[in-house]
Design a protein around this ligand. Structure first.
Ligand code: 2IT
Length: 445
């Protein structure tokens, strides 16, 4: 395989899909050397098959707002690859959603899910619907209209969606309700469900907890402890919340969270009250973080700034793709940051990753760091299939051991001659090898 050649043909075919092209390029560059040692991959055209989704389902979503006006959105499900298990991945409701964004997320999800050690393929979906400022009733009507179209294409052994940006417990409830109404079956067809109707303990916390466990592993290799370290987090949603909770419990100080409106500088770190307030802020649906500093006087709101302007030991982007630019990374490095764990999917631009790697700053990619979320979704699927619930301790222990094995896989495939670990290479190669072997074994499809 020649990365430049594959990229040129994808570029010609999908010139406008820059996020998708970016995600594919990162993986292909990482795996090229290993791939070319396996002529059977080349012969079976594994890469050419893997970069094209199995299918993309696109549909119109029509719903009525509180003023009685008819609204029209577009819904999608990208079923990318089911070589190792049913399609699995979240739904994103955000005005930026388009085929490029969902193809990048679906493509990343294939390797992430392979890393979890659980049998899940890769998929992603969502809509350009903007939840900001919508009432509960509008959210419900939208979710019901969305599921009215999606339901025929999903199933517990076919495709199992979950949440992502703009889709949390409330939305999963409405989506699951409509699925149940249409099929007359109560199945584990979505994950991230509420505890009263088949959800798993620890799923809401899992992405942030898993990311923090992963950071602990990275630190262990340097004989360092997370206790006493300053962490800058971006975002203030579910993922940022989980990181704040676990990192604070382990004795770290979360010195920044952020929103589209600016950054909260929080020099004394989080408290239980502050962490709980993050949930309230998120539930208000306004997408602003500024009120945090009105409520907590030791915190300061800096409008228009990102978390990367705050001095910290560790940076953990938890918000959005491409949220960290090369300049941001350089600012962090200049301020003494020595580890970056990407928690958002493709949160760092290629220039930011290069800046970290060339400065010998430890960097780990989202598909490894944030895999605890989908891994716990996998544990929810298992509990649903067995018709029983595990305790929080049992789920957390399983999450722990999954994050251990993801870290070990990164070390196995990403160790460099100088003793450092290239986590980008490690995660991409480890995920790819499993999917490629599963595709080879199942014939030309
Ligand atoms: O990006 C992700 O891994 C998620 N949004 C979670 C997907 C899932 O199926 O739990």
């Amino acid at each position: 395989m020649n990365t430049a050649k594959v990229m040129a043909s994808l570029q010609a075919k999908y010139p406008a899909e820059k996020e998708y092209l970016q995600a594919v390029r990162e993986v292909l560059e990482s795996i090229e050397d290993v791939y070319n040692k396996h002529p059977e991959f080349e012969e079976a055209k594994i890469v050419e098959r893997l970069v094209e989704p199995d299918r993309i389902i696109t549909f119109r979503v029509t719903w009525v707002d509180d003023e009685g006006q008819i609204q029209v959105n577009t819904g999608y499900r990208v079923q990318f690859n089911n070589a190792i298990g049913p399609y699995k991945g979240g739904l994103r409701f955000h005005p930026s959603v388009n085929p490029s964004i969902l193809k990048f997320l679906g493509f990343e999800q294939i390797f992430k899910n392979a890393l979890t050690t659980l049998p899940m393929g890769g998929g992603k979906g969502g809509s350009d619907f903007n939840p900001k400022g919508k009432s509960d009733a509008e959210i419900m009507r939208f979710c019901q209209a969305f599921m009215l179209e999606l339901w025929r294409n999903i199933g517990p052994d076919m495709d199992v969606p979950a949440g992502d940006i703009g889709v949390g417990g409330r939305e999963i409830g409405f989506l699951n309700g409509m699925y149940k109404k249409l099929t007359r079956e109560h199945q584990g067809v979505l994950t991230g469900k509420g505890l009263t109707y088949g959800g798993s303990l620890v799923r809401p916390e899992a992405t942030g907890y898993g990311a923090t466990y992963f950071v602990q592993h990275m630190l262990q290799r340097m004989n360092k402890d997370i206790k006493g370290l300053d962490i800058a987090v971006s975002g203030f949603g579910n993922v940022a919340w989980g990181v704040c909770k676990k990192a604070t419990e382990l004795g770290a100080r979360v010195v920044a969270i952020s929103g589209p409106d600016g950054v909260i500088y929080n020099p004394n770190g989080m408290t239980d009250e502050k962490i709980d307030y993050m949930l309230e802020l998120r539930a208000s649906n306004n997408d602003v973080v500024a009120p945090f500093a009105q409520k907590f006087k030791d915190a300061q709101f800096i409008p228009g700034k990102k978390s990367w302007s705050i001095k910290c030991d560790i940076a953990m982007p938890c918000a959005f793709q491409n949220e960290m630019s090369e300049e941001d990374a350089k600012e962090l490095i200049a301020n003494g940051t020595w580890l970056c764990a990407e928690v958002s999917n493709m949160g760092c631009q290629p220039g930011a990753i290069e800046a970290f790697q060339s400065s010998k700053i430890m960097f780990a990619p989202g598909k490894a760091v944030n895999a605890g979320g989908v891994a716990t979704s996998g544990l929810e699927m298992t509990q649903n299939a067995m018709h029983l619930n595990w305790t929080a301790k049992e789920v957390d222990q399983k999450l722990h051991s999954i994050m251990d094995s993801i870290h070990a896989a990164c070390v196995k495939y990403g160790s460099q001659p100088d003793g450092t670990v290239n986590y980008v290479k490690g995660a991409n190669i480890a995920g790819f090898m499993k999917v490629a072997e599963a595709m080879l074994a199942q014939g030309v499809l």
